[in-house]
Design a binder for this molecule. Structure first.
Ligand SMILES: NC(=O)c1ccc[n+]([C@@H]2O[C@H](COP(=O)([O-])OP(=O)(O)OC[C@H]3O[C@@H](n4cnc5c(N)ncnc54)[C@H](O)[C@@H]3O)[C@@H](O)[C@H]2O)c1
Length: 494
């Protein structure tokens, strides 16, 4: 499959806009077809929420957001696209018609995915040209934060299509789950629907309000669902004897009338009751504010799971690793000219890096210098395998000199000079420059120590890494000592 640089979106509502945001923030250009005259505004608002949430989620070097164009026809959206994602209203006739049109307008090798929550792919692909490239890619709201995407093929879908879709979704930080057997509602929505149906019964029968039902989930089962799901959780509920004991103990309850599963009829009275109780629950908070609250809580959960490298946190870790790798792609070649300070890291000042003075806030200078050290590490061959072997450099000291302020959107570049290196210690000096006007913004001097992260003590770096560092250090030795290197805080400036 060719590299995916542009994605065509059909439908730019809640889900389409979420896709647009995730894709753009992963550096993939987006062309959206949606006749809603408000589409651009809605997409811009979702993108703003996504930018805000992503900036909180990760310090990894993000791509410059790629452009999102709302176009006037379906053909304009898909003709040049390397991948197509349909997010039309959940109506089979409409989806079939537009997927068929997309299959005529898109390149023949392009995968066409549908965001449908539960319609069968075999039916969706029925009128398409080259139906083997239709696949369901069912995401979850908000698409820009939640990693799960269920991937399900129809009767005519080729295994290559499934593989290509899974690979692509992985590349944008998602966790594709292959639904191997085509089934209404796939896996996740069958589970969600079961809870939803019972919840509606509880409201219908006056057993509980919408707020009480939400409390029953969010103070208990919901917390453990987010990382262990149902089966692993119940295994633990069975104690030392595990799942067998759990089934023996709670098996009989399966025969008791604990669930109805068939949905209650949505009478006017039930609709009114659910809507009124839901309004009371929201207590006047706007949808946008609730969305931001949801995003902040999701970020907190994902970050918590990341620190355990577990479930969705492992997906986040893997994506961050890739972002670092893409950003610092350069690995030292035998013929590289390393006689000057190395220009290994570049970026752009993000809007959320700006403080109340209107300039880049001080903690971001440290982040930029930290990213520059990471770029140096990659350059000398320190990669994910090296870290997995419990080897890493830790920063033990940093001295930053702030020389000039810089505003949002400014492109920047850093250079890194090696001042000294031995088996365990590395002494480096970064310069941060605003590239547009070639102005030195700040310098950062750092001392790093090579450690065995498991043992928690300093150890020599691996021989190939040391060889590269020594090679660069020898090439840098004739360079003048940088102004500011070895300064103490408050030393007079020249
Ligand atoms: N909302 C969710 O939580 C969720 C989650 C996962 C999957 N989905 C699925 O995603 C799909 C979209 O759902 P949604 O929630 O974004 O709906 P939505 O109503 O928010 O968005 C649908 C968009 O399609 C546009 N549209 C309507 N007719 C069109 C046409 N002829 N051509 C192009 N665009 C057209 C509408 O203007 C609207 O912007 C559905 O299949 C749904 O089942 C939804």
């Amino acid at each position: 499959m060719a590299e995916i640089k542009t994605v065509g979106l059909i439908g730019g509502g809640v889900i389409g806009a979420g896709w647009a945001a995730r894709l753009a923030l992963n550096g993939i250009a987006v062309r959206v077809f949606d006749p809603d005259p408000d589409a651009q505004r809605k997409i811009d608002e979702v993108l703003e929420n996504a930018r805000r949430a992503t900036a909180k989620l990760t310090l990894a070097p993000l791509h410059d957001p790629a452009p999102i164009h709302v176009v006037a026809t379906l053909e304009e959206a898909v003709a040049e696209a390397d991948f197509v994602q349909e997010s039309l209203p959940e109506r089979e006739d409409l989806k079939r018609e537009l997927l068929a049109a997309a299959s005529r307008a898109a390149r023949r090798d392009v995968v066409i995915a549908s965001s449908t929550s539960g319609l069968l792919p075999s039916r969706l692909q029925a009128d398409m040209v080259a139906p083997e490239r239709l696949v369901v890619g069912h995401p979850f709201n908000p698409v820009y934060l939640l990693p799960l995407v269920e991937v399900c093929g129809g009767e005519k879908t080729s295994p290559e299509t499934i593989e290509q879709a899974m690979t692509f979704y992985r590349s944008i930080g998602m966790h594709p789950l292959h639904v191997r057997q085509e089934i209404d509602g796939f896996i996740a929505d069958r589970l969600l629907e079961a809870v939803w149906r019972e919840a509606l019964w509880l409201v219908n029968d006056g057993v509980a309000t919408t707020a009480e039902i939400d409390d029953a989930i969010r103070y208990g089962a919901g917390l453990r669902w987010s990382f262990m799901g149902t089966f692993l959780t119940y295994r633990l509920a069975g104690g030392e004897a595990g799942m067998r004991h759990f089934l023996a103990q709670f098996g009989p309850a399966l025969r008791l009338p604990w669930t109805k599963l068939e949905a209650p009829e949505l009478t006017d009275e039930l609709i009114e009751r659910v809507a009124t109780q839901s309004d009371a629950q929201a207590a006047g908070t706007s949808i946008r504010d609730l969305e931001r609250l949801r995003d902040d809580c999701l970020v907190a959960v994902l970050q918590g799971l990341r620190s355990h490298d577990y479930a969705a946190g492992a997906t986040l870790n893997a994506h961050e690793e890739k972002l670092y790798e893409t950003s610092h792609r350069q690995v030292m070649g035998a013929d590289d000219d390393v006689s000057q300070p190395l220009a290994l890291h570049r970026g752009r000042v993000a809007p959320e890096w700006i403080d109340y003075n209107g300039h880049m806030t001080e903690s971001r200078y440290l982040q930029v210098f930290g990213d520059s050290s990471d770029a140096l590490f990659r350059y000398v061959g320190i990669d994910a395998d090296y870290h997995a072997a419990s080897m890493s450099y830790y920063t033990v000291e940093t001295h930053i000199m702030n020389l000039r302020e810089v505003g949002a959107g400014e492109p920047f570049q850093t250079t890194t000079q090696i001042l000294a290196v031995d088996d365990k210690k590395l002494h480096i000096f970064h310069r941060l420059t605003a590239t547009r006007e070639d102005i030195l913004l700040a310098t950062g001097e750092q001392m790093l120590l090579h450690v065995d992260t498991k043992a928690g003590r300093a150890v020599p770096a691996a021989a190939p890494v040391l060889a590269r560092l020594h090679h660069i250090a020898a090439a840098h030795a004739p360079l003048p000592k940088p102004d500011g290197a070895g300064r103490f805080v408050g030393a007079p400036r020249r």
